[in-house]
Design a protein around this ligand. Sequence first.
Ligand code: SAM
Length: 225
Amino acid sequence: MVDFLGGREMLASYEREVRASGLRERLLDKGREHLAAVGGSGHSLGAIGYTEGTYLYAVLRHVRPQVAVETGVANGFSTAFSLLALERNGEGHLHSVDLPREVGRDYDPGTFYEGEGRAGIPSGSEPGWLIPPELKERWTLILGRSQDELPSLLDRLGMIDSFMHDSEHSFDCMWFEFNEAWPHLREGGVLLSDDVNSTEAFPRFVREQGRRPTRLARGMALLQK
Ligand SMILES: C[S@@+](CC[C@H](N)C(=O)[O-])C[C@H]1O[C@@H](n2cnc3c(N)ncnc32)[C@H](O)[C@@H]1O
């Protein structure tokens, strides 16, 4: 990670930027709101942690994507860190695909993958509801399953600079997303994934590409093209 960013001082300066933004305090505050709204329902925030978020921020500050794509928004933790990076870069746009699970709503059996960690958004809210509104200018949200929405999104975008998976952590979905996104990634672009240890998809994809991944924090890694 430190090597990828070009040294420890680069990481430290990105960490200072995130601290100075006040995003951590906002997310803690909104996390408490989420708990008050959905606590006891069996749903979670499903969010990446602060350390992972800071690393995601650092990667996107370093890569400076013009076109960034991610799957899996839920309440909006990873999206907020990504959008903060784009704002600080002063360029780029993030396209996110999410099939939200609203707490208290009934869904047809099979709508969500059984092994899903039951990330839920409060009743009546939108995916990414906790993202600071001023960061949303560089954001487009597409609602639906990534299996349905990702191919046409990528076709519309052509080449992309970064891709992040954090939607359905089944082997099939992860494998599908990595293989859809990779041909659209420019040389030097990055494919990031959370929960890389949850299935064989990431290690197998890495082996097939014959490249070395960069481990970020707890379960998160990237592969540079
Ligand atoms: C782990 S959460 C995302 C957490 C988010 N990245 C964060 O850091 O706060 C996964 C999200 O993907 C959604 N999801 C589940 N299956 C999906 C699918 N097939 N396509 C797109 N989104 C899906 C879930 O409902 C949830 O909103």
